[in-house]
Design a binder for this molecule. Sequence first.
Ligand SMILES: [Zn+2]
Length: 65
Amino acid sequence: MAFVLTGAVIVEDRGSLISYRKRCGSCGYIEGGSTTSSAPLVGAVSVGSFTCQKCRSINELRIQG
Ligand SMILES: [Zn+2]
């Protein structure tokens, strides 16, 4: 089971696959479309970044397995 450290909200957790929506830490905007990816291994952290569509802030995305 994965959980978000920063930058997203999980909408579906299917064990090895997770779906999440990116959430901006600056303005709170949540992207409309969800992203599906494989869940990180237990104890590992998946790191990425994205630009907010609303305020253009660059956000860090961290999901821990
Ligand atoms: Zn924003």
